[in-house]
Design a protein around this ligand. Structure first.
Ligand SMILES: Cc1cc2nc3c(=O)[nH]c(=O)nc-3n(C[C@H](O)[C@H](O)[C@H](O)COP(=O)(O)OP(=O)(O)OC[C@H]3O[C@@H](n4cnc5c(N)ncnc54)[C@H](O)[C@@H]3O)c2cc1C
Ligand code: FES
Length: 286
């Protein structure tokens, strides 16, 4: 396990949804929407990079969604949601002024606050996997600007119109960060890399010794990405992945999110790739 799960702010936040109002809604791609939300009373609890909330669409259901804004950033908390089924569709359609319910924050963190000065951090994301990493990257960009260590962002998307957080990617690049973007399938006018996100690794001049790597995306991407990073010389114990499982309680009570010996809501979602996660991935893809 990477770190102890951080307890939610209070019992009510853990088991009973708190009402939040949607104050901004942004379309990031055809099927991805970012909702900026604020509690109807008081202030939102603090959270750590990589944690998630259980988000309720009243009358439809509740799903796990990571925070896509940075902890402690001014303004509302953001969640970026891909429409895949009934609940995410309802959340993506939630207009400004409507209400959602929030339980959380839950789970383990990327741990970027504890990263040692001087080491390179490699962030590898596939599709919506950039959302749970976005807040961490924002703070890692500030860390690089403060001269405390570089960050390398490698992002993959299915096609050019599916590239998420385009403005952020450009801003990070302007700030001097190495940003690589690949697409599975090109389109007219696309002159960038076509291929899986691991195709971006050879062009990323990070120092593998001591590096920390953070991966989020489809499990097959994390499996091959983790292995490629280890082959490049990154210590497997310093590669972290964010696991996704069907969640219900979010607090380690129902067992819906079990993966081998892990309850992903409690022991994850962020875990070390080296060792257990690697073995669990191998088992699933054998
Ligand atoms: C810790 C964690 C963080 C997450 N963060 C985000 C996020 O930041 N943004 C985001 O868009 N989504 C995120 N998800 C995934 C999100 O919870 C699911 O997409 C959602 O539960 C689907 O619910 P639905 O009712 O819309 O679709 P359903 O009808 O429940 O499912 C539609 C399809 O999605 C698949 N699916 C459902 N849940 C999951 C899941 N947990 N993992 C993989 N496939 C699933 C189903 O098998 C089905 O094929 C996260 C999940 C976890 C566990
Ligand atoms: S979601 Fe209930 S135990 Fe993890």
């Amino acid at each position: 396990m990477l770190a102890e799960a951080v307890a939610p702010a209070g019992a009510a936040g853990a088991l009973v949804p708190t009402p939040y109002v949607v104050v901004e809604r942004r379309e990031e791609a055809a099927d991805v929407v970012t909702l900026a939300i604020e509690p109807t009373e008081g202030s939102a609890p603090t959270f750590r990079h990589g944690q998630f909330n259980m988000v309720t669409s009243f009358g439809r259901g509740e799903v796990a969604v990571s925070m896509s804004s940075a902890p402690g950033a001014p303004g509302p908390v953001e969640h970026s949601i891909r429409r895949v089924g009934a609940v995410t569709a309802a959340l993506c359609a939630a207009p400004v002024g409507s209400f959602v319910g929030i339980r959380g924050p839950f789970g383990t963190s990327w741990g970027v606050d504890e990263v040692e000065d001087g080491v390179d951090v490699v962030v590898m994301a596939g599709g919506i996997g950039l959302a749970p990493l976005r807040g961490a990257v924002r703070d890692l960009v500030a860390r690089q600007q403060a001269g405390r260590g570089r960050v390398f962002v490698l992002a993959g998307a299915r096609s050019p119109d599916q590239i998420l957080f385009d403005e952020d990617l450009r801003a990070w690049e302007r700030a001097g960060v190495h940003v690589g973007v690949s697409v599975d399938v090109g389109a007219p006018g696309w002159t960038g890399v076509v291929g899986v996100v691991t195709a971006l690794l050879p062009g990323a001049p990070f120092e593998a010794a001591g590096a920390l790597a953070l991966l989020c995306g489809p499990e097959i991407m994390m499996r091959f990405g983790g292995r490629a990073l280890v082959d490049r010389g990154v210590d497997a114990g310093r590669v972290r992945v964010s696991l996704e499982r069907n969640m219900q309680c979010g607090v380690g009570l129902c067992g819906h999110c079990q993966l081998g010996p892990l309850l992903v809501c409690r022991d994850g979602p962020v875990v070390r790739y080296g060792g257990l996660a690697d073995e669990l991935f191998m088992e699933r893809y054998r």
